[in-house]
Write a protein that binds this ligand. Structure first.
Ligand SMILES: [Fe+2]
Ligand SMILES: [Fe+2]
Length: 155
């Protein structure tokens, strides 16, 4: 399937269920990387996961893939304002999983997606399914793009 032929109906439906809530809207006010909000970063990761799974025809639970991707950074604080040695990189996946379980309800697969998205930084949380592998890869791809885009702007 080519990128232009992708049907985004399911993506838009899941996105609507998660993103159109007041609690998720809070992510617009937290910065992820460079000048990109956690909201934009998370939606971009989810969209990349969706496109990747459909274009590569990967057999997976697309609903859990998108929901897990949307909620992978749902830690609900500005990590730029944390004190030194807060170990945000190691800890935020667990916080995101707890918050997302409370606000949206996650199944076991979705919990693994959120908990393991920082792999291999957090070796104890290993991606146990295809969906989790896709999210951890797309998260890194999107984060790198976001950081380097701002570096280019600064040159
Ligand atoms: Fe993260
Ligand atoms: Fe992320």
């Amino acid at each position: 399937m080519r990128k232009g032929k992708i049907d985004f109906t399911l993506f838009d439906e899941i996105c609507g269920e998660v993103c159109d809530t007041p609690s998720y809207a809070r992510l617009k006010y937290y910065v992820a990387h460079a000048d990109v909000s956690v909201f934009c970063h998370s939606v971009t990761v989810a969209k990349n996961c969706y496109v990747f799974a459909l274009t590569k025809k990967i057999k997976c639970d697309v609903r859990s893939l998108v929901k897990g991707a949307l909620l992978h950074d749902y830690f609900l604080y500005d990590w730029h304002h944390l004190p030194k040695f807060s170990f945000h990189g190691f800890r935020h996946a667990k916080v995101a999983c707890e918050n997302a379980s409370r606000d949206f309800g996650l199944n076991e697969k979705e919990k693994n997606i959120v908990l393991s998205h920082m792999f291999p930084l957090n070796l104890r949380s290993f991606p146990k399914c295809r969906e989790a592998w896709i999210v951890t890869l797309m998260d890194k791809k999107c984060a790198l793009k976001e950081v380097f885009r701002i570096k280019e702007k600064q040159l």
